[in-house]
Design a protein around this ligand. Structure first.
Ligand SMILES: NC(=O)c1ccc[n+]([C@@H]2O[C@H](COP(=O)([O-])OP(=O)(O)OC[C@H]3O[C@@H](n4cnc5c(N)ncnc54)[C@H](OP(=O)(O)O)[C@@H]3O)[C@@H](O)[C@H]2O)c1
Length: 318
């Protein structure tokens, strides 16, 4: 286990960031600015765990937050499923999305209650709405190909299933994952959703096969890189020869790292008329929603715009 921070009693209100390479995240530079804007007088500390870390690593951080008065809460990335599986018994409240998706991205406290929220169905939805044109799926008949079946795939699919207008839902959502367990978890979530979307699950980690699956997508389809490849691990789930859907939407969930998948798409932007979105807007919504929960802040559109402007000054070059 690699932990980037010692878990000592916090001297001032402290929010933790549970991830893999937290020190490299823009939030470390953005948070102090946001703390000033919001008047929090707070600090942020990273807590790095290896992928699929042992349960005791997750217990250590959750118990620390629970017992230390000035440890206010945490944003959890990458470990959203594993952390909840290990520490569920510590929580007094889980929100309905946490129960549906079996993951948490937000740990907060209210009085003596330790609370877990799955914010990703909301924050991935806000990010989706920022770049997917209204009625896109009705107009194009495109499908979604989601590479990776982790917490983000669960969240995104839960969000799209909740879209009321059929023109705002793809007819088909294909998920590819390298291990069977995550596909089973996703299938269980989808069974609980009252949705007319056709869900397909493919067990695969061969980039050549992913190319074949992508080549069969109708025009206007969306391809999502939810594997973490290009940031958490090197490479891309596709080869350089992948054929992108014409007029397609490409969503790389990360905004930092080598971003090989996004670079592959960028080389075809003009020819295939691709709309490419990285994870920056997702990052902004993800953090602001969890900070609002942890510090009990009312997040208005005006406040979000102020936080967005402050963060954008610190955004890494693309
Ligand atoms: N911009 C933002 O604010 C933001 C928000 C959310 C997520 N993200 C990023 O998005 C990525 C995904 O997040 P997550 O929470 O969903 O992570 P996760 O729970 O770790 O899920 C990743 C999934 O991808 C699978 N996978 C890895 N390589 C694969 C391959 N080559 N082919 C097929 N499947 C593969 C993994 O399979 P195994 O089960 O076998 O490991 C795992 O199920 C992370 O890098 C995260 O940092 C960014």
């Amino acid at each position: 286990m690699a932990s980037s921070t010692a878990l000592e009693p916090a001297p001032i209100p402290t929010m933790y960031f549970v991830g893999v390479t937290t020190g490299k995240s823009s939030i470390m530079r953005v948070f102090p600015k946001w703390s000033d804007i919001l008047g929090l007088g707070a600090q942020i500390k990273g807590y790095d765990c290896v992928l699929h870390a042992p349960a005791e690593d997750y217990f250590r951080i959750v118990r620390h937050i629970k017992n230390d008065p000035l440890s206010m809460g945490a944003l959890v990335t990458t470990h959203k499923i594993d952390l909840l599986h290990a520490t569920r018994s510590e929580f007094d409240y889980l929100d309905p999305y946490a129960i549906l998706c079996d993951e948490i991205s937000s740990i907060s406290k209210r009085g003596t209650q330790l609370r877990g929220h799955a914010k990703d169905p909301i924050t991935s939805g806000l990010s989706w709405e920022a770049f997917v044109p209204q009625g896109h799926w009705g107009k194009t008949g495109g499908h979604v190909l989601c590479l990776g079946a982790g917490g983000s795939a669960v969240a995104i699919s839960a969000y799209i299933a909740s879209r009321p207008d059929p023109a705002d839902r793809p007819k088909k959502f294909i998920t590819v994952n390298r291990s069977a367990g995550r596909l089973e978890t996703l299938r269980d979530v989808h069974k609980q959703l009252d949705s007319d979307i056709e869900w397909e699950y493919i067990l695969n980690e061969d980039p050549l096969k992913n190319d074949e699956i992508m080549a069969q997508l109708p025009p206007g389809s969306m391809v999502i890189n939810a594997t973490g490849m290009g940031k958490d691990r090197p490479g891309s789930p596709l080869t350089d020869n992948g054929v992108w859907p014409q007029n397609g939407l490409v969503w790389e969930l990360n905004y930092r790292g080598e971003l090989d998948f996004m670079r592959q798409a960028e080389r075809r932007t003009q020819q295939d008329n691709l709309t490419i979105e990285d994870g920056w807007v997702y990052f902004l919504h993800g953090w602001t929603q969890v900070i609002a929960e942890v510090f009990d802040v009312q997040l208005t559109p005006e406040l979000f715009a102020q936080l967005d402007a402050a963060a954008s000054e610190l955004r890494p070059a693309r």
